[in-house]
Design a protein around this ligand. Structure first.
Ligand code: HEM
Length: 453
């Protein structure tokens, strides 16, 4: 069977891979239950406000959709079906496995976070035409609000991996996931409603329905499979088969809650083939991709406390996504120093993973440390999100609203490399690594010469 290369990743086509004839129609399928439920929720919200006689307003936000679903589901057939669906645990869910999968995120947290930002967000997410067309219409990718959006994404990720109770029905991760499903349905409902009055607002024939089944399958791949094959191995960290099985099982369940067909993630081999099929069929850089990629980098660069440079972001993105994709996204070509820092990052996460495998107790300590600190730093910090977000429908698509390339909202960074703590640390690791390598090579050469003399 044929070999394919996408970016720096090569794979062989198998019977498990999905041909275009199978994937393309999925662009026109979507979560109809969530869609109808959101319409009912909007109707109930209007009735509660005493606006029952008013014809549907074009602005569907401004109320807590999850609270209305929770409080009214037993009075409405559609809402009841949705409530029951998300509260029914499929028989393929094995809670012990899900719990092991949750640890994976924290076990390799520095590698996972870096991979998620640079491969999943900067590279892959920016390169899916249908997804970026939706993102530029909500306004959520404006650099003024993008940081909050990213942190909300991390909040969701941290909640679904927090502990078992959190992802079980009624837990915080479970509730947030249902909120996200309603948010997706609201965005879709809103865009489709605008399309009804102005068909050229969003090209449904070309991009499919907004937040469609194919894009959702792709997103679950980005969330779970990316770490296993596109990110960690490129940093020198190789997840075990058990880790792959467990983490993919966790996201198979998260996908199920988000109305994403779960059979594409029923085994590690199937999930890998699904991810590779998406890479082959779905990545296509457009002008809108360049806007999304640009704003993403503007949002994350130079931000305190780590103050990561554009060069470092570009070096990491190029290693993870390949030069071709990064060139077409318009990323610059960084110098040797940036690649040195990136290599330092790889050696650091690689050494940490080795210590975790060899030293008893180290793994538990690392998992505990990141579990305790990440939520505090990313969600509870007074600086950005300032506490848990309820994933409200805040960025409502409007006719004529579409974000373009924007500059950073931060003042221009005027410091030097010394003012960039993460890169300074990675540079030190790189320097140390080089000295160690030279020492080893020197010792081998000396032994060789001794043997010859
Ligand atoms: C199936 C896997 C997916 C997961 C786990 C996921 C996760 C999330 C999360 C956590 C949020 C709320 C936080 C935020 O605003 O970033 C969100 C919002 C959103 N997602 Fe997704 N998502 C998925 C698929 C998709 C797809 C396929 C699209 C297609 C375009 C999409 C488009 C959006 C949009 C437009 C919002 C609202 C953001 C805004 O206000 O601008 N998501 N998603």
């Amino acid at each position: 069977m044929a070999f394919h290369r996408v970016g720096n990743y090569t794979f062989q086509w198998t019977d498990l891979h999905l041909p275009r004839e199978k994937t393309d129609p999925l662009r026109h399928e979507y979560d109809t239950l969530g869609h109808n439920a959101v319409k009912r929720l909007q109707q109930i919200a209007r009735q509660r406000k005493g606006e029952a006689s008013v014809k549907p307003t074009l602005c569907p936000g401004g109320f807590d959709m999850y609270a209305v679903l929770r409080d009214y589901h037993d009075q409405d057939d559609v809402l009841n079906r949705l409530w029951n669906e998300v509260h029914t645990v499929p028989d393929w869910v094995d809670w012990a496995q899900i719990e092991r999968g949750q640890k994976f995120f924290y076990r390799y947290a520095p590698a996972n976070l870096m991979g998620f930002m640079l491969q999943a967000f900067v590279g892959e997410n920016s390169s899916v035409p249908g997804v970026v067309e939706v993102l530029v219409r909500t306004g959520g990718f404006s650099t003024k609000v993008l940081l909050r959006r990213l942190l909300e994404t991390f909040q969701h990720l941290l909640q679904v991996t927090a502990n078992l109770e959190s992802i079980q029905p009624g837990g915080q991760g479970h509730t947030t996931t249902v909120r996200v499903r309603l948010l997706h349905a609201a965005v879709r409902e809103r865009i489709l409603r605008l399309v009804k009055s102005r068909p050229d607002y969003f090209d449904v024939a070309k991009f499919g329905v907004p937040v469609n089944v194919l894009d959702s399958i792709h997103s679950i791949c980005v969330y779970s499979c990316g770490h296993m094959w596109l990110q960690l191995p490129q940093m020198g960290v190789f997840p075990t088969e058990q880790e792959k099985t467990d983490y993919i099982a966790l996201f198979r369940y998260v996908g199920y809650l988000l109305a994403t067909p779960h059979e594409y993630f029923s085994s590690v081999a199937q999930a890998k083939a699904t991810m590779e099929s998406m890479l082959l069929h779905e990545l296509q850089v457009t002008e809108t991709s360049r806007i999304v990629g640009h704003n993403m980098i503007e949002c994350i660069k130079d931000r305190a406390p780590l103050r990561v440079s554009v060069g470092f972001i570009e070096a990491g993105s190029r290693i993870l996504n390949g030069d071709e994709l990064c060139d077409s996204l318009g990323l610059g070509k960084p110098g040797f120093l940036a690649y040195g820092c990136w290599r330092g990052h790889c050696w650091f996460v690689q050494s940490l993973a080795l210590v975790q495998r060899w030293v008893p107790g180290a793994d538990e300590a690392v998992v505990r440390y990141f579990r305790n600190t990440l939520y505090e730093t990313l969600v509870n910090s007074k600086r950005e999100l300032r506490g848990r977000s309820e994933m409200d429908f805040r960025h409502v698509p409007q006719m004529g609203k579409r974000i373009g390339k924007e500059g950073s909202e931060l003042p221009k960074f005027t410091g030097s490399l010394v003012d960039r703590p993460l890169e300074m640390f990675y540079l030190a690791v790189f320097g140390l690594g080089c000295v160690l390598w030279l020492g080893v090579v020197g010792a081998i050469l000396r032994m060789h010469l001794l043997m010859l003399s």
